[in-house]
Design a protein around this ligand. Structure first.
Ligand code: NAP
Length: 649
């Protein structure tokens, strides 16, 4: 078969010897291997026997299959793979939809509901095509396209994706990016230890190959390179203005166009005309420094984790790390051995669950399988996606019949989770009751962003040069950090791992819509948008990763972006093909959506009264940041715009 015709997920043909293949199989995910065998042999019996995954669990690549069962599967697969190799790596006809459904249920260890099969199928791309690629026809004329300049704000994962789709639609567009390249959060967050905590083979564009990752949860430099490579591959760079910041965007009702004011690195201000503006700024991009007395008085270098100062050599330094959320959790273990002393100031302990694959390199054998075994990497992706598909979001709902008065759990199931997470923390700190007491959270599990640990965080706390400080911070002085008990914790360097202005969407830009209203005035402390995407009074403005769309219960933000960009492209199509000038959500659609959102989110664990500090919550303790929707529900809502929910003119 000519390589040009080969499905990109079918794996590259190979001639490796038997021993090499056998060695590779020792390192693969057996459940994903068995699905690959169905493709490779055309025989469904691989998933119909007794050799099968036992339990679908996030980040368990073997799905609890006993070792002997795995060994038998490998033995059988080896013979089939050798035959396949010897016959020139020719694939039999592809499995049909029913068999694909069966394979999903096999990996899920449960029947996968008919309603969600299309979502997983779309994400798997087993036919080798990009199912969400934009293919507009004559209904949008070349003139209309040429006049529909789109400004995209930001070139992180979602802005880059937006650029790819706009290019496919043949629309003129400009991406304004304040830094010097693509990657967004994966460009900004260069602190030591920064890595993704959603499996890499899922945390990537669904339509791009994913067999190249060097670790199961890759570090920041590799992600940054990935986005740079995708930018180049899709030739989006020519449409980017790097080192340029959007200052404001103003809607002109008379012309039905946006005027976007941008400022270059040299301070020069320029205005760009656009019919459509798409915000792809990310929700966690503006660093938040704590309001601590004396913060300016510190004598040494002090910086935010997302503004890591590479010029500073931490060797032999006393470092104060203020904040121990997702960033701090990665930072401390990465620098602890280098610094003389590390004081970690943690206001609230974090829930975490064990993930032994968290720092694991993809071994050569698994990398071989990803390169060569048909559709293996796609099924490995499904293995990551299925348990994270939010199908069990009901576990995040506060049970009104459960006694939560002690603030420790919100339901029976949540108590079980508490015991599981708590056991991990206890097991790691059994020899340090002092640290155990400081580290056990006193709020329901999953109520803040749940972190993952392979032992690195809790082991780090036990190092002789590391001190976990749970006493509140009173002030910062030139010599270090003073806690409420009057103790001065001397430091040479302070790193603020204190998070981001999650509630301040599109901050600090001034976005002015109809009637001169600004987004900030309209939103105040309660940012809301239809589906988190479009906002009344702001015609032809769309947000990716807007209010109420961050994920605390599953999936990957890249998957979420693919849903949102899909919807936005459908909306733009409706606008242009319909010959309209502008579109805004109707008051009815917006009100119906937002009242449902408010009611739903208020019932969820993240809104629980026992959580005193959380970047999910606004200053009044209410939530407008994260999604309460099951992943398939939101996927369904964003497959295509509903024109009835919009006013066009
Ligand atoms: P974060 O989770 O909000 O953590 C901020 C830390 O700073 C918390 O420990 C917080 O304490 C503390 N803090 C904030 N203000 C403080 C103050 N005034 N005094 C004392 N302590 C203060 O921020 P983050 O760690 O940067 O993570 C933010 C989000 O970014 C995450 O939820 C996640 O979505 C994303 N992220 C992802 C990854 C990844 O994929 N691996 C890595 C990093 C970040 P409290 O807990 O008491 O508020």
């Amino acid at each position: 078969m000519a390589d040009t015709a080969r499905n990109p997920h079918a794996g590259a043909p190979f001639t490796d010897d038997d021993a090499t293949i056998a060695a590779a199989l020792e390192e693969v995910s057996v459940p994903a291997l068995l699905c690959s065998m169905v493709h490779l042999t055309g025989d469904p019996s691989w998933i119909r026997g007794d050799i099968r995954p036992q339990y679908a669990m996030l980040n368990d690549f073997q799905s609890s299959m006993p070792a002997e069962m795995q060994a038998e599967a490998r033995r059988l697969a080896l013979a089939a793979i050798i035959d396949y190799r010897d016959s020139g790596c020719e694939l039999p006809p592809a499995p049909g939809p029913e068999l694909i459904h069966e394979m999903m249920s096999f990996l899920a260890v449960a029947p996968v509901d008919d309603a969600v099969v299309p979502m997983f199928a779309e994400d798997l791309h087993l036919d080798g095509a990009d199912s969400r690629a934009i293919e507009w026809g004559e209904e949008v004329s070349a003139d209309v396209r040429a006049d529909a300049h789109v400004v995209v704000i930001g070139c992180g994962e979602s802005g880059l994706l937006t650029g790819i789709r706009l290019a496919q639609a043949g629309l003129p567009f400009t991406i304004i990016e304040k830094t010097d390249g693509a990657g967004g959060t994966w460009r900004d967050n260069r602190y030591p230890g920064a890595r993704v905590d959603v499996g890499s083979h899922f945390y990537c564009y669904s339509f791009e190959p994913s067999e190249h990752w060097s670790e199961y949860f890759v570090r920041q430099p590799e992600l940054r390179s990935y986005f740079e490579r995708v930018l180049e591959k899709y030739e989006v760079g020519a449409n980017c203005r790097f080192n340029t910041e959007v200052v404001s965007a103003t809607w002109d009702e008379a012309t039905g166009r946006w005027s976007v004011e941008v400022r270059g690195a040299d301070g020069a201000v320029d205005t760009i005309d656009a019919r459509i503006v798409i915000s792809a700024t990310g929700a966690l991009n503006a660093p938040k420094l704590p309001e601590i007395d004396g913060i300016e008085s510190f004598a040494g270098p002090a910086f935010h984790s997302a503004r890591w100062d590479d010029s500073i050599d931490l060797a032999g330094k006393r470092v104060a790390q203020i904040g121990a959320g997702a960033s701090g959790f990665q930072l401390a273990p990465a620098i602890a051995d280098e610094v003389e002393h590390l004081s970690i100031f943690q206001r609230t302990p974090q829930w975490m669950f064990p993930n032994m694959n968290y720092h694991r390199a993809v071994p050569e054998g698994d990398a071989w399988a990803m390169r060569h075994l048909p559709f293996y990497t796609r099924w490995f992706r499904f293995l990551m996606f299925y348990p994270a598909a939010g199908l069990s979001i009901e576990n995040s709902r506060v049970d009104p019949n459960f006694d939560d008065s002690d603030g420790m759990a919100i339901s029976e199931m949540n108590s079980i989770t508490r015991a599981w997470f708590g056991d991990w923390i206890s097991s790691q700190l059994a020899d340090r009751p002092d640290l155990l007491e400081l580290s056990m959270p006193q709020y329901p599990p999953t109520a803040k962003r749940t972190l993952q640990d392979n032992g690195s965080w809790l082991t780090c706390l036990k190092k002789p040069n590391v001190e976990l400080v749970r006493t509140g911070i009173s002030r910062i002085v030139p010599e270090g950090v003073v806690t409420d008990d009057g103790v001065l914790h001397e430091a040479d360097v302070i790193c603020f791992a204190t998070g981001f202005r999650h509630n301040d969407f599109l901050w600090p830009m001034t976005i002015t819509g109809r009637g001169g209203v600004t987004l900030r005035e309209q939103w105040g402390e309660e940012p809301e948008a239809l589906l988190g995407i479009s906002v009344p009074n702001f015609p032809n403005l769309f947000c990716v990763y807007g209010p109420g769309t961050n994920l605390a219960h599953g999936a990957s933000l890249i998957f979420q972006s693919e849903c949102q960009v899909n919807y936005i492209m459908s909306a733009i199509h409706e606008l242009l093909a319909g010959g309209h000038r502008s579109m805004v959500p109707t008051a009815e659609a917006f009100d119906a959506y937002t009242s449902r959102y408010r009611s739903e989110i208020a019932q969820m664990v993240w809104a629980h009264w026992s959580v005193k500090h959380s970047h999910f919550k606004n200053s009044e303790g209410r939530i407008f940041t994260i999604s309460p929707w099951p992943i398939p529900t939101y996927w369904g809502w964003t497959r295509a715009v509903d024109p009835m929910q919009y006013e066009f003119d």
